[in-house]
Design a protein around this ligand. Structure first.
Ligand SMILES: *[C@@H]1O[C@H](CO)[C@@H](O)[C@H](O)[C@H]1NC(C)=O
Ligand SMILES: *[C@@H]1O[C@H](CO)[C@@H](O)[C@H](O)[C@H]1NC(C)=O
Ligand SMILES: *[C@@H]1O[C@H](CO)[C@@H](O)[C@H](O)[C@H]1NC(C)=O
Ligand SMILES: *[C@@H]1O[C@H](CO)[C@@H](O)[C@H](O)[C@H]1NC(C)=O
Ligand SMILES: *[C@@H]1O[C@H](CO)[C@@H](O)[C@H](O)[C@H]1NC(C)=O
Ligand SMILES: *[C@@H]1O[C@H](CO)[C@@H](O)[C@H](O)[C@H]1NC(C)=O
Length: 597
């Protein structure tokens, strides 16, 4: 997605030299004339694209809004990010209970899916991908709860958006974009209540959020570009001396040769078959978070598929899970505060195991400060990040074969911090499991990938007497992808694809004081089927169907949606937000938690 069309054409030339085209690259454009009238048809209104997600619950009280940026993204590739100057609106005399960032865009014509990032004062607020337009135009809106960045909105700073777009006679789409922020106020602001307790407020937004990103001026996004497994990119940061809690929130997206890293075969397969141009390095990737060189946390990322991925017809108008609002990953580094509270600057860095060109990675450092003292101190008690090696079983003859990669790892740390809240010991651990089964058949023309990523992270904190905070987050990312290529003549071929993509997340939090006990459980699964005829990198005809079931149940409410589309048309769309109609799962779960405590 960082690539210019010329670069992609170059890649396509390489790919066409392959004995099979497989499905690389999976990104295709329409020759829109075959799918729809090539000229705009006034009987059609623009198509609204959307990602299925739970609507943000908002207080039914007053709100105030500010337009942050209005811009038409035309020739913006490798140009400086578009910036505006942000000043807090006058309504910010009260503490907002909810802050929502809203991206609203329209586009018409033909265009690639473009990755973009949104930053305030260098802190990334949103990583996303554009929807691919049609001749009659498209429109889409992304709303993101950015309450966790509350402190940023009180400062004057630079607001920046980088969306690298290119426009020519083939790729005509200009993205017309408005970005706004909405502040909601609620007299019963629950975060504020925390402050009155004599224990730290784990659930309230951080007092300070520092960017771990590149600084302007740049002719690119503020993200770091990681292009190989040896790239470790970092930034020196010194933290306030009265910090008592710290969390690194990581933003990650993968592009070009690693856009479909989970389908990349091992290098052995590529070299033994004399394949050129097919990305390799196997199908396992890990993003490491490093503190002065030590790996303090890992991200085994969700396989976001952008709007042009696999078969672009699948994502019209229901887009891929996470593609409009990429997931972020939190690494608790409070146990390491002892090291960081020395008044000196420290290196916060990132690497990607087996990375191919290119990964966009940056992060935000969320810091909670002791309002009643100017100094805190701490010590690291324990830190373990044992070496591990993914196991690879590789069996192939010629272009047909099977590959199995498995990996698991554990990272854990413990440390104490002494502040006006007393001496609090905190623990953080991550357990990660990865499994990828890949199969090639029909002289490499058919590929199956079955992958699961499972991760559990645990955070807990206790003072001298009791546990004051526990949090368990379990994530499960299943993926199944089949691509089959047939009827290959010159640069034309047919591609059949079948996909199942899941994002499940379960979070249980116990907090003494503050917001108390809460949990949330999400199961979110997309299945999709498509076929298309491709000429060069243009889809000449085809069909795509997608079904999605999204189910969230939690102490903060419930949401269910069952929706499907085929060829731009919604076939059915049912949604429900009442917990009682969805069963009483929540109540049962709560009582079992209480018993176990
Ligand atoms: C979907 O659209 C394509 C291209 O216009 C067409 O060939 C196909 O018949 C359509 N399929 C359905 C089920 O409407
Ligand atoms: C425009 O769309 C309408 C509704 O589908 C269709 O009846 C009409 O033939 C189309 N006009 C052109 C010029 O394609
Ligand atoms: C952006 O906002 C302006 C002013 O409200 C409006 O005229 C314009 O149509 C909006 N553009 C988009 C893409 O929503
Ligand atoms: C790959 O190239 C080498 C050296 O040119 C050759 O010996 C070998 O047979 C080739 N392998 C295949 C599978 O084409
Ligand atoms: C791969 O996933 C598909 C679909 O979920 C399943 O039917 C199949 O059994 C899986 N194959 C393997 C080898 O796990
Ligand atoms: C979703 O709706 C379809 C069509 O009505 C139905 O067949 C399917 O069982 C539904 N799925 C769930 C989980 O409710």
């Amino acid at each position: 997605m960082a690539s210019s069309p010329l670069y992609l054409l170059f890649l396509l030339l390489l790919y066409s030299l392959l004995p099979f085209s497989n499905s690389h690259p999976h990104r295709f454009k329409f020759t829109t004339s075959d799918l729809l009238a090539s000229k705009p048809n006034n009987s059609f209104s623009p198509t609204t694209f959307f990602e299925v997600t739970r609507p943000i619950s908002l207080p039914k009280t007053q709100s105030c809004s500010q337009l942050l940026l209005q811009h038409d993204f035309g020739l913006t590739y490798q140009k400086p990010p578009v910036t505006t100057y942000y000043t807090p609106p006058s309504c910010l005399t009260q503490t907002p209970s909810r802050i929502v960032l809203e991206w609203h865009a329209t586009c018409q014509g033909r265009q690639f899916d473009r990755i973009f990032g949104v930053w305030l004062g260098g802190v990334e607020l949103l990583r996303s991908c554009t929807a691919e337009p049609r001749p009659n135009g498209i429109v889409w809106t992304v709303r993101k709860d950015v309450t966790k960045y509350t402190s940023l909105f009180y400062e004057d700073s630079t607001f920046a958006v980088y969306l690298g777009n290119l426009v020519d006679s083939t790729y005509t789409g200009v993205y017309h974009v408005n970005v706004s922020v909405h502040f909601y106020f609620d007299q019963r602001n629950q975060y504020r209540k925390n402050r009155q307790h004599q224990i730290p407020a784990f659930s309230s937004p951080a007092d300070l959020v520092l960017p771990i990103s590149r600084s302007l001026p740049l002719n690119d996004g503020l993200w770091f570009l990681i292009k190989s497994s040896t790239d470790v990119l970092s930034k020196e940061i010194s933290i306030p001396p009265n910090t008592y809690r710290a969390v690194v929130e990581v933003y990650v997206s993968f592009h070009s040769n690693d856009e479909f890293w989970y389908t990349n075969p091992p290098n052995d397969y590529i070299s033994k078959n004399n394949i050129t141009g097919l990305p390799g390095n196997g199908a396992f990737r890990e993003v490491t978070v490093r503190l002065d060189g030590h790996v303090v946390g890992a991200v085994w990322p969700f396989t976001v598929i952008y709007t042009g991925g696999v078969n672009p017809l699948l994502w019209r108008p229901i887009t891929g899970i996470g593609s409009f609002n990429l997931p972020t990953y939190d690494i608790e580094i409070t146990p390491f505060l002892g090291m960081l509270l020395d008044g000196k600057s420290h290196k916060f860095g990132f690497g990607v195991t087996d990375a191919l060109d290119v990964w966009y990675v940056d992060a935000n450092l969320h810091l909670w400060l002791d309002q009643k003292s100017s100094m805190t101190k701490g010590t690291l008690i324990k830190y373990e990040a044992p070496e591990y090696a993914p196991s690879l079983v590789s069996k192939f003859r010629g272009l047909d074969g099977k590959f199995k990669i498995e990996a698991d790892r554990i990272i854990s740390s413990a440390g104490w911090v002494e502040s006006s809240y007393g001496k609090i010991t905190s623990y953080f651990s991550q357990e990660l499991q990865f499994k990828n089964l890949m199969r090639f058949r029909d002289n490499g023309n058919a590929q199956w990938v079955n992958q699961t990523i499972q991760s559990t992270s645990n955070t807990y904190a206790k003072d001298s007497y009791t546990v004051i905070y526990t949090e368990e987050l379990q994530q499960y990312f299943p993926l199944y992808l089949y691509t089959g290529t047939t009827d290959k003549i010159g640069d034309t071929y047919s591609l059949v694809s079948e996909l199942s993509l899941g994002f499940d997340r379960k979070q249980v939090i116990g907090e003494k004081g503050g917001l108390g006990f809460r949990f949330g459980s999400l199961t979110n699964l997309q299945t999709a089927q498509g076929n298309m005829k491709v000429k060069g990198n243009l889809v000449t005809s085809g069909v795509g169907s997608t079904q999605q079931v999204y189910k969230y149940e939690g102490t903060d409410g419930c949401y269910f949606r069952n929706v499907s589309s085929r060829n731009y048309t919604i076939l059915y769309d049912k949604s429900e937000d009442s917990c009682t109609k969805m069963g009483r799962w929540g109540v049962d779960s709560r009582s079992s938690y209480d018993k176990g405590d």
